[in-house]
Ligand binder design. Structure first.
Ligand SMILES: Cc1cc2nc3c(=O)[nH]c(=O)nc-3n(C[C@H](O)[C@H](O)[C@H](O)COP(=O)(O)OP(=O)(O)OC[C@H]3O[C@@H](n4cnc5c(N)ncnc54)[C@H](O)[C@@H]3O)c2cc1C
Length: 385
């Protein structure tokens, strides 16, 4: 459902007020201590904002990507990006709302909506990479259970999450005719026996770190399968557009935050006889960055609107993700240039934005995968892989 301007403004006003209490300093403190943004998360949940992607009967306010896009964007506009809002509130809620059983919806959507529980998402494996069909983590049926063995990498926030949305094979790739068959989606308790995790040495400045996760005979009830066994791709694909749209909103927000700081600095820093913002060598790239950010943001909101109307948001979501990541990189880059040497100090908090902006070109889906999607599915060019 598309939003009227009043409702959009209400969400933005709420977030703006919240960020006076939970500001960038709070975010940096949590991040440096490896601590979850618990207080902020709880307040968002209490106020009903984590339920924007949860249908009303499960404690939310309806499955609305338009509302979520505004929420994610406004948080990031104030320097408060979080992976969980993309992974849990966008992907987790949508996958379960669209493909979960009644029992799963009652159990998990309600706690996601009130902020008391969070999901992480695990698809990436060392040998599969962007080719997700090659995942080898295997979930084998054993009576009323599944027994899971395998390994995932780069799993964000698994230490802070209550549950994991796991992509595993229920039939190994070499035993299916079509590589898309035999993949399934599961809900796994992150404290399950046999599940271990090791923090990876990633240097992205975010409150959620990345982990290698090992599954050694992890036993989960059969009722934790989301959707049909062997046909998990449908559930995963349905959650990809929400993931891309919310990642776009995060990117444009990060870009705006960086650019806002650059503008303030450019107005006061004077090294010759006028503030540096008067020099077109800096002013024009800032103007270009602002233009690119707003164009990307429009595309993300358009994608959200089409998703909410039940249309095919694929083209818009992919283009938004591409444009937003590139715009965020440009914005942080010019913000660093404007700050000169100070851009590299912790004090100005500009260099801290570079890894997240740059990451968004690579994850949650890489620039090349996005462009291949557009080339193949929008332009109708022959497949490359
Ligand atoms: C900070 C961080 C957080 C992450 N969080 C999560 C998470 O929570 N859950 C999760 O499951 N994963 C997560 N990931 C993994 C992330 O989604 C992957 O790193 C990303 O999708 C790229 O996969 P890869 O690293 O295996 O690269 P590869 O697939 O090995 O690709 C390497 C490069 O080759 C390019 N490439 C590959 N194939 C082609 C082709 N056919 N044509 C053109 N170019 C190609 C890619 O675009 C990329 O640039 C995270 C990663 C990072 C760094």
């Amino acid at each position: 459902m598309s939003l009227d301007a009043n409702e959009a403004e209400l969400i933005r006003t709420f977030v703006r007020q919240l960020t006076t209490k939970y500001d960038r300093r709070y975010w940096l403190e949590c991040t440096s201590q490896g601590k979850a943004l618990d207080e902020l998360w709880r307040e968002l949940g209490r106020a009903g904002y984590l339920g924007v992607t949860v249908p009303e009967q499960y404690g939310g306010s309806g499955l609305s990507m338009s509302r979520l896009t505004i929420l994610v964007e406004e948080l990031a506009n104030h320097g408060l990006p979080t992976f969980f809002i993309v992974i849990s509130t966008a992907m987790g809620s949508v996958a379960i709302a669209k493909h979960g059983t009644e029992e799963q919806k009652r159990r998990y959507l309600t706690t996601m909506a009130d902020g008391s529980e969070k999901f992480c998402f695990a698809i990436t494996e060392p040998d599969a990479g962007s080719n997700s069909f090659r995942v080898r983590t295997l979930a084998r049926r054993d009576g009323d259970n599944y027994v899971i063995n395998g390994q995932k990498v780069f799993i964000s926030g698994v230490d802070q999450a209550d549950h994991m949305l796991l992509v595993a094979r229920t039939t190994p790739a070499d035993q299916v005719k079509d590589k898309r068959e035999g993949m399934s989606l599961f809900i796994v308790d992150t404290k399950a026996a046999g599940l271990t995790m090791h923090r990876m040495d990633t240097r992205v400045v975010m409150p959620e770190g990345q982990f290698e996760v090992f599954f050694e005979d992890v036993r989960i009830p059969r009722g934790n399968l989301v959707g049909e066994e062997g046909k998990g791709l449908k559930a995963i694909f349905d959650a990809l557009n929400p993931e891309r749209i919310s990642a776009s909103a995060m990117a444009t927000g990060v870009g705006r935050y960086a650019l806002g700081k650059a503008v303030e600095y450019a107005k006061i820093r004077t090294v010759f006889n006028t503030p540096i913002g008067a020099h077109q060598g800096l002013a024009h790239p800032m103007a270009v960055a602002k233009t690119r950010l707003e164009l990307a943001s429009l595309m993300a909101h358009k994608a959200a609107e089409i998703f909410d109307e039940g249309g095919d948001a694929g083209m818009y979501a992919n283009m938004a993700k591409y444009a937003a990541a590139e715009a965020a990189i440009d914005a942080v880059d010019i913000a660093m240039q404007v700050h000169g040497g100070s851009g590299f100090t912790g004090e100005t908090d500009i260099i801290t934005l570079w890894p997240i902006a740059r990451l968004l070109r690579t994850a949650p889906v890489s620039r090349e995968m996005i462009l291949s999607y557009i080339a193949q599915h929008v332009l109708g060019l022959p497949r490359s892989y």
